[in-house]
Design a protein. Structure first.
Length: 61
């Protein structure tokens, strides 16, 4: 049989490591309730933006 131990590192996972930095947040007005909110993308004119609460209400499972 073959020995599949490769090095002494152990932890698997494919070797891909990504550094996560804080997302740039953009101010927007919720299309549903009208409250000001912040979203992790730049809002596009003509497309609805929802605050966290309104987005959760619209979410379907």
């Amino acid at each position: 049989m073959r020995d599949f131990n490769r090095g002494s590192g152990g932890g698997g996972g494919g070797g891909f490591r990504r550094e996560f930095k804080p997302r740039e947040m953009h101010k927007a007005t919720c299309s549903e309730c009208g409250n000001e909110c912040e979203v992790p993308f730049k809002p596009t004119e003509g497309r609805p933006v929802f605050c966290k609460d309104c987005f959760a209400k619209k979410k379907t499972y």
